[in-house]
Design a protein. Structure first.
Length: 53
């Protein structure tokens, strides 16, 4: 049985994309904010898409 549709999701504050839980984030899921290393590095340079006029 394929269980991926039932994984928890979050929205990246940098790019606005939805991303799913990954096994490597199992112990730190509550602390994960960004979908990728690139978004984490660029967090100071970008604004969330919903904040743009």
């Amino acid at each position: 049985m394929h269980r991926k549709p039932h994984l928890p999701e979050k929205t990246c504050p940098s790019c606005g994309r939805r991303f799913s839980w990954r096994k490597k984030w199992a112990s730190v899921w509550d602390e994960v904010k960004y979908c990728s290393e690139r978004c984490r590095r660029n967090r100071a340079n970008s604004q969330p898409p919903s904040a743009s006029p």
